[in-house]
Structure formats: C-alpha cells, structure tokens
Design a binder for this molecule. Sequence first.
Ligand code: ADP
Ligand code: MG
Length: 381
Amino acid sequence: NYQVVIAENKKMFNEIQELKGNIRVYCRIRPSVSGKMEKESIVEHVGENDLVVANPSKEGKDAIRSFKFNRVFSSAATQAEVYYDIQDFTRSVLDGYDVCIFAYGQTGSGKTYTMTGPNGATSETIGVNYRALNDLFKISKSRENLVEYEIGVQMVEIYNEQVRDLLISDGSPKKLGILTQSRPNGLAVPDASLFPVKLPSDVIKLMEIGLKNRAIGATAMNERSSRSHSVVSVHVTGKDLKTGCTMVGNLHLVDLAGSERVDRSEVTGDRLKEAQHINKSLSALGDVIFALSQKSSHIPYRNSKLTQLLQTSLGGQAKTLMMVQINSDVSSYSETSSTLKFAERVSGVELGAARSSKEGKDVREMIEQVSQLKSTILAKD
Ligand code: ADP
Ligand code: MG
C-alpha cells in the first residue's frame, strides 16, 4: 500500500544518505578578472570531480598537484549550473532536514558572487540565496494541497565573535545571544528579527536591508564584509494537512569571512584582533566538519560562535555543503593552495577512499531500488 511504499522509500533514502555521508565539498574556480590570461592560470579544471594546480615556483611533475571533490565547477560555470547541483540540499528543508551551505575562500574568490550574486544582479546572475528561496516557494506551492508551509528568514553577522542582527532597519549594532541548549522553534538566535516571506519580492527587500546593514559597518571599519561571516537562516515549518503533524527544517546560507592569512608582523590592534577571530572560527568550522566526516564521537562545536550557532544543523541527519572558492591567477597560488588543502581535509577523503568500492556498489543498488519504488508510487497515482 501507498503509505508503506512511501515509508520504505524514505528509509532507503536515509540509508543511501548514511552510506554516502552528509558532507559534500564542491569547488568553484573564479574567472580571471580581465578574462584574457588563459596562459597565466595555475588551475586547470579536468572534469566534474577533478582539478590540478601548478606551483609556479617548481618545474615539471613536481609542480603539479591534483585534487578531487564531489564536484568541480570550471570558471565558465553559470549561476544556474551551480544551483542545479545544490538544489537537492536546499529542497530537503521542505522535508524537515537541516542544511548548511558555506562559501569558503580568500577575499575576492567569489564567495559573495556565488551566494548573493554581483551588484545589480539579474535573474541570470542572482546567487544561491535567491535561487534557494524561489525554489522553496515554487515547491511549497506545488504541495499546497498536502502541506501548509510557512517560511521565515533571519540574517545575522558574526564579527569578532559577536552576533549582530542584519535585518533591523536602524542598523544599530546590538549584541545577540546564541541558545546552545533548547531552541524553541529551532531558532539559535531567538532575538534576531525573523520575517515571514511568501514571494521572491519579499526576499529581495530583506536581502537589501541585510546587505545595506553589512555595508554600514564597512564605512566605519573599511571592508568589513570580508572580515565577518554572514548567515542567512531560512526557517521552514510544514503542517501535514492530513495528519496535522508539523515538521521543521532550517537552511543556513553562510558567506564566510575571507580565509586569507594575515601577516602577523604587519598588523596590530583591531586588525590583528579581527584576524585572530577569523582564524579561530574558520579552523573551528574545519575541525567540526572534519570530525563529522570521520564520524568522530566528539564534535568540537564549542570553539567558536559560528559552530555554536550552527550546532544543531551540523551533524546528525543534517546536510552540509562546503562551496570552496578559488582564484586561478599566479599571484593567488599560496592562498589557492591553502584553500584546497582546507577543502581536502574537511572532505575527509582519507576515509572515503578506503571504503569507496564496496559502498559504491551498495549505493548504486539502493538507488536502483528507490527508483523502482518511485515508479511504483507514480503508477499508483
Ligand atoms: P568574495 O566575496 O569572495 O570576496 P566576490 O564574490 O566579491 O568575492 O568576487 C570578487 C569579484 O569577482 C566581484 O567583482 C565579483 O562580481 C567577481 N566574480 C566572482 N565570481 C565570479 C564569476 N563566477 N563570474 C563573474 N564574476 C565573478
Ligand atoms: Mg564577499
């Protein structure tokens, strides 16, 4: 019967998820600004999962290092193509999953481009944040006879280990607390403004306020957006109209602070403090994701505000996607190289490689069974 098939289907999906793990790492190569210097590029996209990087100070074979990720996007990839490979993550919040998507990379590597889009973005160039919400609106509409969804948005910034609401109209910085224990309605920062959204235009209005507030900090403290993390949190509740059951899902879209290393000998005062906070929180995030990828029994969430805020959405049944952004020009070699090493570590490849062949087969078999179950369901409809 229908219910049993659905339950089987869901169980099978969870088992596949369990086998594949809930962490994915994608890498996106930013186009060179001038567009002219193909020859000077030190990064080569060699397929859906692979790229190679050449160390400009070495020669021959020694100079080449290859990396493997769940997906590699070339510099020609469009925003739509990138979102296409992300949509399974974002859509699963409608089924009650928690999802985190991070953009990681040095300043200028395209993090904001991927998540938000360029200044004055068009429908072609809008980023993941807008696409995800538009997608959720569309799917929730298609299910309106089955589930009643409510979608709300918060947007906060974490700067120097302090959390600030980006959706307040006067933009005055108020320190906000993070709930670490019980979270009513799943809200980690209950005092940050939460606005209901129903239409793409609601989202555009909110993002405008958020981006403006992020920029206000920038006049006081030059280029602040590259030294803070911004977190757009999409809270979804869905009430099953038949059973009355309610489920809750959270989607966190995170534009991280620039990962570039700051030369300690050259900075002092506020700049040094910022750099230390960024370092600490990015390595805390790396440690948490690495521990999760290794299925470690201790996950060190407590070491930064970022990981505390996202604690209930990282690990367990939650899904995590790290969008790693890199530059391909010679002068970025050292940052590109350290970004890729960070990415390689969080993807936990050491473990994956040893297990892959048998599980690959199991996963393929299960995917086959699921698609058979799906056609059974469709046949009954
Ligand atoms: P970050 O947020 O990592 O500091 P940005 O997203 O601001 O970097 O990108 C730096 C510059 O490069 C911006 O002018 C942005 O519009 C441009 N850019 C980044 N990625 C792309 C891309 N895939 N296609 C076209 N322009 C891009
Ligand atoms: Mg940015």
